[in-house]
Design a protein around this ligand. Sequence first.
Ligand code: SAM
Ligand code: SF4
Length: 332
Amino acid sequence: MQTPLIDPFARAITYLRVSVTDRCDFRCTYCMAEHMQFLPKADLLTLEELERLCGAFVDLGVRKLRITGGEPLVRRNILSFFQAMSERLGNGLDELTLTTNGSQLARFAAPLADLGVRRINVSLDTLDPDKFAAITRWGRLPQVLDGLRAAKDAGLRVKINTVALKGFNEDELFALLDWCAAEGHDLTFIEVMPMGDMGEEQRLGQYWALSDLRARLAQRLTLTSLAERTGGPARYVRIEETGQKIGFITPLTHNFCESCNRVRLTCTGELFMCLGQEDRADLRAPLRAGLGDAMLHDAIRAAISRKPKGHDFDYTRGVAGQMSRHMSHTGG
Ligand code: SAM
Ligand code: SF4
């Protein structure tokens, strides 16, 4: 039995988010530039390397794996990776899950459910087909709705993630809420984050504070704050009129760092100990150097020993407080 991963601030690291690709079949305006330069294939970890690394984290006490990207379901042979990780379920791992744009779910929902995936997050910012095409640039809403139907049919529990965007989906707040209630999906709003260099003007124009969104909900509905904490930036309320649980992810606040239980692995094997800091550890080099498990574990422990106390996001400091990485690099 290995000693679990504990960082310098006595936080146990039990949650790993893994970006399996930087590529995507959408180009959401807040996430990617229209003409993205993707990484050379040779830089990406192979699926076998990803399996070995994720397996090492599970050996060291990680109990929850979230697979993300880019779009995780566009990575070739991704099911073989899920298959390998599903073998750790009940054997160190409590939960295997993913965040997806939903475009490939019609094909993948049933096999994922068969491999032990129980809950998934699907990103959806609007229910209007034209607005959907505009915000994702390349996406088509009916394809995602088909995918969501397949997820439901496969028995997957769905949480919809909606990025709150000023002047874009403000007018759909209640429509989204009602639709999620009717479909039986949970709903979480995400405050837009300063990731990637996409032009200051555009980004600041998109920012819609969730405190404002929440106040608008409260004008019509009764919200009860829930004590539930996930170790991340999400806070939850129950809507008394419908019983719905709604989440709010406000990464620009600092109020969650003290309970942070997670780290993020990129598709090139960089481990980011904090989403909002540039420090990272290269785990691909030890992996490709052919080191044994003990040395790989040491490299992971050394990285965790550098996990910072909190993040550096701050709009008020302008560019200096922002991250040059795109979200699709660290995988949201
Ligand atoms: N492609 C998948 C998807 O869209 O769900 C997984 C990767 S995506 C980077 C993960 C999440 O990050 C999505 O919910 C997306 O809306 C969110 N996201 C991307 N860029 C963001 C930004 N700048 N601020 C806040 N959330 C962002
Ligand atoms: Fe792709 Fe997800 Fe980024 Fe949209 S948010 S461009 S779907 S990675």
